[in-house]
Write a protein that binds this ligand. Structure first.
Ligand code: F6R
Length: 251
């Protein structure tokens, strides 16, 4: 993967995917927010369908979206939002729930409607995505074990929305976000097959803790042991990385 320098950004291609490495996180999150804002402003699309992720990586993305929406008076009322995953058995009013994360980071600060989150009824979640016309733009983070959404290593690439027992490493990684009760061990998650049907995907990784798994996802053979590795075969996927997350890439 040869790369081209464009100011504070390096651009390369791995299989179908663009890989963008940023010196400057401001620029990274500005460019990550832009396709969402373009969809929201596009008068030809009645109801853009957007898939959101939670987690620490995404907090600056929502900050950027909120500031652009306010500065440019963009309405998000017509956007149909979906989220990748939610803990099972957690009260939605629990501040640690992904329901609350979306409320605090986006819903209370804009006019976007309340997001669809997967729950026990996985079929109805799948049906809602279909009824909405499919996802136009899906944001993804990546776990240190390579998971996307809560599709842990070994999940089939054609999986649909399902209930999952979280990997020990995920329970450990997420413990830092859990302030009310014990770390959840089960979740409902969009499947990898469901995610790959999105018309475009932006995967964001920042920080040195993601460097090794980003190398595996982009430079090692594609395998179900590294769920994120399949994202590079998507025809409209972009990996947006800061220098730290890209620091183990050889090429
Ligand atoms: C969250 C999600 C997860 C996270 C991943 C990274 O909705 O789907 O896959 O994106 O665990 O989390 P952070 O950003 O906290 O490192």
């Amino acid at each position: 993967m040869g790369s081209i320098s464009e100011g504070t950004r390096r651009v390369s291609k791995v299989d179908g995917a663009r890989v963008l490495v940023y010196k400057d996180r401001e620029r990274l999150f500005g460019e990550a927010a832009a396709p969402f804002l373009d969809l929201a402003r596009n008068r030809d699309i009645r109801h853009p369908v957007v898939g959101f992720a939670t987690g620490g990586t995404m907090v600056p993305l929502y900050k950027r979206i909120v500031s652009e929406v306010k500065a440019n008076r963009i309405s998000l009322r017509h956007v149909i939002p979906f989220n990748l995953d939610e803990y099972l058995g957690m009260d939605p009013r629990n501040p640690d729930s992904y329901r609350n994360y979306m409320k605090v980071n986006l819903e209370d600060l804009t006019d976007i409607r309340s997001t669809h989150l997967p729950g026990r009824d996985v079929l109805s979640f799948e049906r809602s995505i279909k009824d909405a016309g499919g996802i136009d733009l899906q944001y993804l983070g990546i776990g240190t074990n390579g998971h996307i959404a809560f599709n842990e290593p070994g999940t089939p690439f054609d999986s649909r929305t399902h209930i999952v027992d979280l990997a020990d490493s995920t329970i450990h990684d997420n413990a830092k976000y859990i302030n009310n009760g014990s770390s959840p061990t089960r979740a409902s998650t969009m499947g990898i097959g469901t995610i790959l049907e999105s018309r475009s995907i932006i995967l964001i990784a920042t920080g040195v803790a993601k460097a090794e798994i980003i190398r595996e996802a982009l430079e090692e053979p594609i395998t179900e042991h590294v769920p994120a590795s399949i994202v590079r075969m998507h025809p409209r996927a972009t990996f947006m990385l800061d220098e730290e997350a890209a620091s183990q890439l050889r090429h």
